[in-house]
Design a protein around this ligand. Structure first.
Ligand SMILES: *[C@@H]1O[C@H](CO)[C@@H](O)[C@H](O)[C@H]1NC(C)=O
Length: 287
């Protein structure tokens, strides 16, 4: 594809709006800002589990929770579909009844948090105890609204086992400690509820919204710079050389090369991203 130089600003404009929109519509993506504290939970993006066992003679009841706060749980292979939470679940509680000499029976499968209705609520504290608390919502089960209440304590040493604190038929309390429970940027940014948007995004873990509008401003500045460059360049060529038509484009030879250079870069990227797949196809490289 060759981008005509005249269409170039519009191409950039489209690209900019795609990027800024993508930023605006991000759902819960494991970056949390609350009370002036910023947390990056992306290191917790995998499936974890916690369980508790209650003796209910003559049986025992095992409540086991699997969860991934950043993503949907994967369906378990070898487990009947009715014994699993539906797709789009981030926290699933399963109650299994065990009795000596009998096979285990799954008696309840409860989605506690679902991506579509997650409605995340946060609270955090920097002292005396450092923690981030996240409340995630799920659908109603057995007439009761379900939710997962995760309290994530700050522990820079490492990730602990998640602890099943309790479940009252509606809310499951879970305690956990991990480095992700420590705030990334502390304090002196704009106040949490003020909505102060001064467009500063110097730090790499800046607040989401500020970054979003920062990206937008960056592209706007870029577009204006491009327009000024082409406008002034064309005027210069016109007034100095009396150029007409395509000759007005400043550095015309360079811009003619750009689409080919881009194509080159893209093909390089593609060939380095897919080495494994091509290797498994016996060294065949598609052109
Ligand atoms: C969440 O659980 C903790 C205990 O783990 C409790 O102190 C806190 O009050 C709970 N939060 C809500 C909103 O119920």
């Amino acid at each position: 594809m060759i981008i005509r130089p005249r269409a170039f600003p519009f191409f950039i404009l489209t690209l900019a709006s795609i990027l800024t929109n993508a930023d605006d519509t991000t759902p819960f993506d494991c970056h949390v800002t609350v009370g002036g504290l910023t947390f990056d939970l992306t290191s917790l993006d995998r499936e974890y589990s916690a369980s508790r066992t209650r003796t209910t003679p003559p049986t025992t009841m095992v409540d086991s929770l699997s969860f991934n706060i950043c993503n949907d749980l994967k369906p378990q292979s070898g487990v009947a579909e009715q014994d699993q939470c539906p797709t789009g679940t981030r926290a699933c509680l399963t109650k299994t009844n065990k009795k000596d000499s009998e096979t285990d029976r799954i008696v309840a499968v409860i989605p506690l948090a679902q991506t579509k209705i997650l409605d995340p609520k946060y609270s955090a504290s920097a002292s005396p105890t450092k923690y981030l608390s996240i409340l995630l919502k799920g659908p109603t089960y057995s007439l009761l609204p379900q939710s997962l209440n995760l309290t994530l304590f700050c522990d820079s040493e490492g990730i602990s086992e998640p602890k099943f604190v309790g479940y009252d038929g509606s809310q499951l309390d879970l305690e956990w400690s991990a480095p992700a429970g420590c705030a990334v940027v502390e304090g002196d940014k704009s106040p949490p509820s003020g909505g102060g948007n001064n467009g500063e995004d110097g730090s790499k873990d800046g607040e989401e919204k500020d970054v979003g509008s920062g990206v937008g401003w960056f592209f706007l500045a870029l577009i204006l710079a491009f327009m000024a460059y082409f406008g002034l360049g064309a005027y210069y060529n016109y007034s100095t050389y009396g150029a007409r038509g395509a000759d007005l484009i400043p550095h015309r030879d360079f811009w003619k090369e750009v689409p080919y250079m881009l194509a080159d870069v893209v093909s390089h990227l593609c060939s380095s991203v897919r080495p494994r797949r091509t290797a498994s196809r016996g060294g065949y490289i598609s052109v």
